[in-house]
Write a protein that binds this ligand. Structure first.
Ligand code: AMP
Length: 396
């Protein structure tokens, strides 16, 4: 795997696909700049070598062409502050003005291109559009893990125009290296924790993990589809009836493969989806008709945490309950602590993006685990065993 550390970028104009899809408030101020901050080391390496950077990104989901609220002009100042470099802005990502600005770019300077998704060709992976973008630079760097599972023009298709002149930035390299620690000969026991609302989103990852993990812990809303399929009463809990046969297949598969599949024995149940609802603890297969399971219960928490603490490698994707509400955060919080304890004891714990990343930040444990991935969908697909287009295009 080649990274920016393997090249010297003196006098190169480096096209970098970054993930600057940052949240903006109503006044177009950035409310969380961590995605920009994450890419600064890659940018600085290139600028310090005496190269210049042409940054390309998407922002939001523009439907029909340019829209002011999705303009990357809103983030020019922050990129300049964080990088300490002069940042020019191209109000169209291709065309005469972008070409002139790119040609005039001096070593040590940055050119930020307008939102790639103002062109529908970006998401379509249009080759002619990718070629136009490619003409702006002399070298291609992909540092956007969050879009690595997409075969878009700027994330994958463009790489064909840079044979021998392409590599990964530090964000991508870090994501890949940490995922590999889990996928490639992990220290055992290896425990995968899969939670979240819907089992349909996680079936593929659970299936793929069957060939990798020693223990698979299932929590969150998805556990109730398993419970009902096994004949349990789950009241008003989340359930995907059409997926019940598949959950039974997964249970059988785990038995056949000798994988220890752990389902929660009990739940914190509530009579309402609200923080001030009436709550009780009850067995997962005996939830009363007017109650719903919103967190794993104390027995399940104890068993799950013991299994996690006895592991050398842990992958965690998806919360154990509705951790956003304090009444239903205990299970997720305890699991987060156990996952942190593994890393503190010398093991390796990887947190898959999205809601588990939000949970680990909420409980102030992000710096106590081995790695928190930034790419929800991309990481999920990686662990589903799929080859990510953004990675493949740079590797080959
Ligand atoms: P996902 O995006 O599929 O990982 O799901 C994350 C969401 O699932 C979070 O917002 C949680 O609040 C929600 N969630 C977790 N457990 C439950 C549950 N038992 N019932 C309803 N929602 C849940």
């Amino acid at each position: 795997m080649q990274t920016v550390n393997d090249f010297n970028f003196k006098n190169e104009k480096v096209l970098i696909r970054v993930d600057f899809n940052v949240p903006l408030n109503a006044e177009f101020s950035i409310t969380d700049d961590s995605r920009i901050a994450a890419t600064i080391p890659t940018i600085k390496k290139i600028l310090n070598d005496g190269g210049s950077c042409i940054l390309m990104s998407h922002l939001g989901r523009p439907k029909e062409g340019p829209a002011d609220k999705y303009s990357l002009k809103h983030i020019v100042n922050r990129v300049s502050e964080l990088s300490g470099a002069k940042v020019h802005f191209a109000p169209d990502c291709i065309g005469a003005e972008a070409t002139e600005l790119a040609a005039a770019l001096n070593p040590g300077e940055i050119l930020l291109l307008e939102n790639l998704r103002f062109y529908k060709e970006e998401e379509k992976g249009d080759v002619a559009f990718a070629e136009k973008l490619s003409k702006l630079g002399t070298f291609y760097v992909n540092d956007a893990f969050g879009t690595a599972h997409r075969a878009h023009a700027s994330t994958a298709v463009i790489a064909q125009f840079f044979a021998g002149r392409k590599c990964f930035g530090f964000v991508m390299a870090g994501e890949i290296a940490n995922a590999m620690k889990v996928l490639d000969n992990p220290a055992r026991p290896f425990t995968a924790i899969v939670g979240g609302a819907k089992v349909s989103d996680k079936l593929l990852i659970i299936e793929n993990l069957m060939s990798l993990a020693d223990n698979i812990i299932i929590g969150g809303g998805m556990a109730y589809t398993f419970a009902k399929a096994m004949g349990g009463q789950i009241g008003k809990s989340l359930c995907e009836d059409d997926r019940m046969p598949l959950t039974l297949e997964l249970i059988e598969k785990a038995k056949a493969k000798g994988v220890n599949l752990l389902l929660p024995s009990d739940s914190v149940v509530a009579d309402n989806f609200a923080n001030d609802a009436n709550t009780a603890i009850c067995a997962n297969d005996a939830i009363e008709a007017n109650y719903m399971g919103l967190d794993i219960g104390p027995d399940a928490t104890k068993v799950f945490c013991e299994t996690i603490r006895n592991s050398k490698t842990v992958l965690w994707n998806g919360p154990m309950g509705v951790f956003e509400m304090s009444s239903f955060e205990a299970g997720t919080k305890a699991v987060a602590q156990a996952v942190a304890d593994v890393a503190q004891a010398g093991g390796f714990s990887l947190i898959g993006g999205g809601d588990s990343a939000a949970a680990i930040h909420k409980f102030h444990l992000a710096d106590k685990v081995s790695y928190v991935s930034t790419g929800g969908g991309a990481l999920l697909e990686y662990f589903e065993g799929k080859e990510l287009p953004g990675i493949k295009a740079v590797m080959h």
